[in-house]
Design a protein around this ligand. Structure first.
Ligand code: ADE
Ligand code: ZN
Length: 345
């Protein structure tokens, strides 16, 4: 390959994938915590991290599966304590996202984990919303927040979270479901998601990342999600593929995450091409970019390495916009920007 893994060196005569306008629909803000900022915040808040230094922490970014990542990820999250911490984290992410051509972000966050560190949901939401205000003013980035249910915590804890956020629902765009997947099927959260819908929240869920296609069916039928996060195991079920394609249910796929968490052995084995060929609306996203070796342009670059040309990559970027929860006018503006990029090829 002549291209670099961060999307910064395009093939001769081709624009960098960083200039392709795109939306990021699968991004855990806590997964953008870089080791340097983690140590700065630890010092600011008097938290002792169980790592010697930045290099020691980075050396642990060698994961065998989702759980091995989550253990480190939740440990690093203990440094986030104040609204200002969340604003600083979000602005650092938005600066990188803007440099990668991101124009719209739908951002996940995990209040149940922050609650265990003594931070309430209102503080997290206020801090992240202040980050969005900076992003809009500085870089013209639109978007909003998706509150995630941590599925390996008790269902009663998810219910309590809904009680807590109900008065703040107007500050959120949706509800999601994340954390350890196998053994925590979507069906456990049917009532929680029905309640969230009653609060006016759009519904998405992680499903089919490590667990089988049946989890995707449950997310669709029981949680009534509008998008599926990851969803790569849908490739094992032809009826599910046909359903996703017919009903145009988007998947938010995260290639570098799948590689680093060993959901796929290598990128040549990734089902993304087969999903596209089956007619599924696929989007490309970064998941937890600090931990997985690259932000969103690097994920587009990984897809280029799977054999997608610039026109096909632009079609995936257009999917990210049409699959977003942006309003019709914003979608039209961003789709036009993608088409301009294609016209200049
Ligand atoms: N939380 C952060 N990243 C996640 C992932 N890839 N899967 C499930 N939960 C997560
Ligand atoms: Zn995720």
């Amino acid at each position: 390959m002549t291209t670099s893994s961060d999307g910064s060196t395009p093939p001769p005569g081709q624009p960098s994938l960083r200039t392709l306008p795109k939306a990021e629909l699968h991004l855990h803000i806590e997964g953008t915590l870089e080791p340097e900022l983690a140590f700065q915040l630890a010092e600011r808040n008097g938290v002792v991290l169980p790592f010697a230094d930045v290099d020691d922490l980075r050396a642990r970014y060698d994961f065998s599966d989702l759980q091995s990542f989550l253990d480190l990820y939740y440990s690093c999250m203990t440094v986030l304590r104040s609204a200002q911490d969340f604003t600083d984290l979000a602005v650092a992410y938005f600066a990188r996202a803007a440099a990668d051509g991101v124009q719209h972000v739908e951002m996940f966050f995990d209040p149940q984990v922050h609650a265990a560190n003594g931070v309430d949901a209102a503080t997290v939401i206020a801090g992240l919303r202040a980050g969005f205000a900076v992003a809009e003013e500085r870089w013209g980035i639109s978007g909003g927040l998706i509150v995630c249910i941590v599925r390996d915590q008790p269902v009663a804890s998810a219910d309590a979270l809904l009680d807590e956020i109900a008065p703040l629902a107007h500050d959120l765009i949706g509800i999601g479901l994340d954390s350890a997947e196998v053994g925590y099927p979507p069906l456990l959260f049917e009532d929680v998601f029905a309640r969230a819908a009653g609060l006016g929240l759009r519904r998405v869920a992680h499903a089919g990342e490590e667990a089988p296609a049946d989890y995707v069916w449950q997310a669709l039928r029981l949680l009534e999600v509008e998008r599926v996060d990851h969803g790569i195991r849908s490739i094992d079920d032809e009826d599910l593929l046909a359903h996703l394609a017919t009903h145009r249910v988007p998947l938010t796929v995260c290639p570098l995450s799948n590689l680093r968490l060993r959901a796929v052995a290598d990128l040549s084995m990734h089902p993304l091409r087969a999903l596209v060929d089956a007619g599924v609306v696929v989007t490309v996203n970064s998941d937890d970019p600090s931990y997985f070796g690259g932000y969103i342009a690097a994920n587009y670059e990984a897809v280029a390495e799977m054999g997608f040309d610039h026109r096909e990559l632009a079609a995936l970027a257009e999917n990210s916009i049409t699959a977003s929860f942006a309003d019709a006018a914003r979608k039209a503006e961003l789709v036009a920007a993608v088409r301009e990029w294609v016209a200049a090829l």
